[in-house]
Write a protein that binds this ligand. Structure first.
Ligand code: PXL
Length: 285
């Protein structure tokens, strides 16, 4: 497989992100839409919350009503050729219930990537602690892929009553999460550790445990890396790839986006989601 190329689309395809807006453009819906575009897909969105933020952190958060979240999802799914869905920031329990209700009417075959976003890189909370249990009960059973980082994986396992999750390693966490998301390939991402390689731990629904490694890229342009990773996985699922292939390809996409990032802002700027397109640009005249 020529894994670096995006296949020619025989028909137009869209992907839907259900996530929060990042006014600074690096994470959330903005990162997802750039990532979908980079994979040749129309990006549709159901915005769950507005965040006022920049590369230094979040200064304000305001939710969108659950009814409006549901209406956005229904409007998109009833008309556009959505071939995969991802969720990001879901803010609170009522929003998760609305998303789960809206997805109940989506075809069961539509791939769903759940990025269980809890806390921004800046330390700001993006999901109420009390909503973790609702995420587990309503959304994880619907997932095709889930992409927690180590601390999100631990929070999910703790909330599901798996005691001692705090000192548990990625392999055991992936096994525990496979019980909570029985149809999903679980990816416990390790990119935010300090090691010289970024190692993700994968567990498929049939119980195969593997690791995908990439060289760590030294950069401060890491804001929204998890958003772009889950959106890239959703993009490859939309294009017909298997979950494991989609995860490997998404990891290469992220590694390139980090390598090509140009620092922006005084804090953590975004990776370059459009790096593959820039490589195709003609040189300046
Ligand atoms: O990267 C997680 C994330 C998701 N969604 C929104 C965010 C962030 C991180 O800042 O702002 C809206």
């Amino acid at each position: 497989m020529d894994s670096s190329s995006t296949p020619q689309l025989s028909r137009p395809l869209a992907a839907l992100t259900i996530a929060g807006s990042d006014s600074g453009g690096g994470a959330g819906v903005q990162a997802d839409l750039r990532t979908f575009a980079a994979h040749g897909l129309l990006g549709c969105s159901a915005i769950t919350a507005l965040t006022a933020q920049n590369t230094l952190g979040v200064t304000a958060v305001e939710g969108v009503s659950p009814a409006m979240v549901k209406a956005q999802i229904a409007a998109v799914l009833s008309d556009l050729p959505v071939a995969a869905i991802k969720t990001g920031m879901l803010k609170d329990a009522a929003t998760i219930e609305a998303v789960a209700d809206a997805l109940d009417s989506a075809p069961r075959t539509l791939p769903l990537v759940i990025d269980p976003v809890m806390i921004a890189t800046s330390g700001d909370r993006l999901l109420d602690a009390s909503a973790v249990e609702v995420l587990i009960r309503r959304l994880l059973p619907l997932a095709t892929v889930i992409t927690p980082n180590l601390s999100e994986a631990r929070a999910l396992c703790r909330a599901s009553d798996a005691s001692h999750a705090s000192d548990t390693g990625p392999e055991r966490l992936a096994r525990m999460l496979a019980n909570l998301a029985p149809h999903a390939t679980v990816v416990v991402t390790g990119g935010d550790s300090d090691a010289s390689t970024a190692v993700d731990t994968l567990m498929t629904p049939d119980g195969v445990l593997t690791q995908v490694s990439s060289r760590r890229v030294e950069t401060r342009s890491t804001h929204g890396t998890g958003c772009a990773m889950s959106a890239a996985i959703a993009s490859h699922l939309a294009l017909g790839r298997s979950p494991v292939d989609a995860i490997e390809l998404a990891k290469r996409f992220i590694t390139g986006a980090l390598q090509h990032a140009v620092p922006m802002g005084a804090g953590h700027g975004p990776p370059d989601h459009l790096w593959q397109l820039r490589a195709m640009e003609p040189p300046p005249a």
